[in-house]
Design a protein around this ligand. Sequence first.
Ligand SMILES: [Zn+2]
Length: 333
Amino acid sequence: MAVLPYIGETIWGFTATQLGTIGMLGAETVEFLHGTSGARLLHIRNDDQELGCNIIFRTPQKDETDANHVLEHLILSSCRKYPSRDIFFDMDSKSYSTFMNGLTDNAYTSYPLCTQSQEQLIKLMDVFLCCMESPDFLRERNFFLREGVRFELESPEGPLTLQGTVLSEDWGHLTDLQENADSFTAKTLYPGMEASNLLGRAHLHYRELNYEQVQAAFYRNYRYSNCLIVLYGNMEYKRILEFLHKRHLSARQADPGQRRIRLLHPRAGTRTQEMHLPKPRLQGYSHGTGGSYRLRHRPVPQHPGGAGILGFICRSDGSRRLPLAQICQGTGT
Ligand SMILES: [Zn+2]
């Protein structure tokens, strides 16, 4: 295995800032900062032949329209260098990947991928990063209509229906008691703060969701100074750093504002709140699990948007994901 750097050593624009270990993975770790772009990189090095990469952006929820989730779908649709109808499914079916996905959480959006080939890893990273730098949805509104929200009329006499991939996914959350409890808990503990806005709520707020808002979320968050790249496994990491530096990072200037971390303090005290979840009525019969619950909680100081950033790496069968490292982050300005 390649020799790891010493603290302060710079390799292809990346300076090693911290060394560590993760015992349960038999891994040594190196944290890098790319000086030009401001990107951070965590290399988790062990003897696993399953190679992983996760590209993670801090994306606190400004509201509950699920704009970050729509954006995740749009990022993986098409880009200038790799035009496609749906590049994610092209990559999934035409590469030697063992796992790939896009995952939106309350405070971050991550794009993990795994393969046993280092060359495939570099190729797939190139597609992901090009999509994050120059996505085609910025030039083609129809991607938003497909993935976000649109009205559809199948026949002149037919009903006008609401459609959209993310909107459909969010409808599935409507009667989930646990998710509603999470949302009401966040509302109770962090009123008026970004941490109270949870994802998966577009079915309640689709009227406020629009194309321009998703574009704004892209320009606000998808910068390398707001990005953590996790590399996992037994790879020639210097080769990956060279690829990242030459092809993507060296031409991008860091945004110093996005390195600042603010710690927000919620209003102190104990709060009690009672919420009711109505039973939905579907085509004449009662269905689902309505319920109510009472909350009594004391809030703790919170990074805006929560912010556990996880490196998800899958096992060789591609079916299990392990949270490898949790790094507390705040949001930018
Ligand atoms: Zn989705």
